[in-house]
Write a protein that binds this ligand. Structure first.
Ligand SMILES: Nc1ncnc2c1ncn2[C@@H]1O[C@H](COP(=O)(O)OP(=O)(O)OP(=O)(O)O)[C@@H](O)[C@H]1O
Ligand SMILES: [Mg+2]
Length: 352
């Protein structure tokens, strides 16, 4: 592949609220956005990370590629969910080639599924400083059926799934490239989508902790629907701050605050879990991103509960783009929701 020059992959993030597509151009360490688009998906097409309605997703992907005029067919896409395991493990030092052969046997003890039920991938992080006969390896295991679901949908849309990443890892890569923070920091990046919240804690770009929690922006809609008997779409307008005359704004706020409190508590639980395993590596700051990062009261409540500063992260702040290629209104509306797709668009065909 390298024979034909530097090929770029198109990033394709299949989320439960929409499909996001991005193409980047890299030059001298800066990323320029060449294409960016979002195709909304109807509700219940993707549920708990599983694709329930293949043809709706295929249609959205095709429509997005056509609208953006993207000719490239090779994509990097990603999966998220409970059945994915990411773990840093210590293994005897060997070459990546040999590890490829032996990984199945090495990892059996670390995963709660049958080895034959999962796809395993790894990244060698390097030898232990005090014992070079052993090395740190980042291990990823995902259920076969989940991976195959995404692969088949991408193929049905006429594309080649060159890389299947994880939402949390793509999020970490986008953050590393776009946030421009110092190596001394230990950031916790929290991506709140419609149904999932992806959390990653990084040290010098290496993940120390990742977790996908089944909780997100649609929780506000469901609570508003339950309390006011309104539709999902009306609830969507209410939570985005539209004052609809039939509803008491104080009651609306109380419900929104309650949901933000639940989400913030969940972030706190993940943080506590992390802090128990890494007592000497304190999180220095929290970066909140994802479509639902702008949910009312969420940032403040996270700051209160965790006692750590919370900042909003929009990958476009670290990307350049030209308004003749990329629609500025689109960036304003969907910038924070583009963190995962940005990390995917940064992947190269030969990457691990
Ligand atoms: N301005 C806003 N205020 C509050 N919520 C918003 C706003 N804009 C978008 N959202 C919410 O963000 C969510 C969509 O975010 P995102 O696009 O990151 O999710 P997704 O990737 O489709 O879903 P997931 O990865 O969880 O399956 C929806 O719940 C939407 O209502
Ligand atoms: Mg998402």
């Amino acid at each position: 592949m390298a024979l034909f020059g530097k090929k770029e992959l198109v990033g394709l993030d299949i989320g439960s609220s929409s499909v996001k597509i991005m193409k980047l151009r890299e030059s001298g360490g800066t990323y320029q956005v060449a294409k960016f688009g979002v195709e909304p998906l109807p509700q219940n097409v993707v549920v708990d990370g599983a694709i329930m309605d293949h043809s709706a997703v295929v249609e959205a992907i095709k429509a997005g590629f056509a609208r953006l005029g993207i000719k490239e067919r090779m994509v990097a896409t990603s999966i998220e969910g409970h059945s994915i395991i990411v773990k840093k493990v210590i293994l005897p030092t060997t070459t990546p080639e040999d590890l490829e052969e032996s990984i199945q046997w090495e990892v059996e003890q670390y995963i709660p599924f049958e080895v034959k039920e999962v796809k395993i991938d790894f990244q060698v992080l390097g030898p232990l400083p005090d014992d070079p006969t052993r090395m740190d390896v980042l291990l990823v295991a995902a259920k076969n059926e989940l991976v195959e679901d995404y692969v088949s949908v991408v193929k049905e849309a006429g594309l080649t799934p060159t890389i299947i990443d994880l939402d949390s890892i793509a999020l970490g890569n986008a953050f590393e490239a776009c946030a421009g923070i110092s190596e001394a920091q230990i950031p916790m990046v929290v991506n709140v989508g419609a149904n999932f919240m992806n959390i990653i804690i990084l040290e010098e770009g290496v993940p120390l902790f990742t977790r996908d929690v089944l909780m997100g922006g649609s929780m506000y809609n469901h609570e508003l629907q339950r309390n006011f008997g309104v539709s999902y779409d009306i609830a969507e307008r209410m939570k985005k701050g539209e004052e609809l005359e039939d509803f008491d704004p104080e009651r609306v706020d109380a419900i929104l605050k309650n949901v933000s409190g639940i989400i913030a508590t969940e972030v706190q639980r993940s943080h506590n879990f992390y802090a128990a395993s890494f007592p000497d590596k304190h999180v220095t700051k929290i970066f909140l991103t994802g479509g639902a990062s702008r949910s009312p009261f969420l940032r403040e409540m996270m700051e209160d509960k965790l006692g750590i500063g919370v900042e909003l992260f929009d990958p476009f702040d670290g990307l350049v783009y030209d308004e003749s290629e990329v629609d500025g209104e689109m960036v304003k509306a969907y910038g924070p929701a583009a963190s995962v797709v940005t990390g995917l668009a940064m992947r190269k065909p030969g990457d691990k």
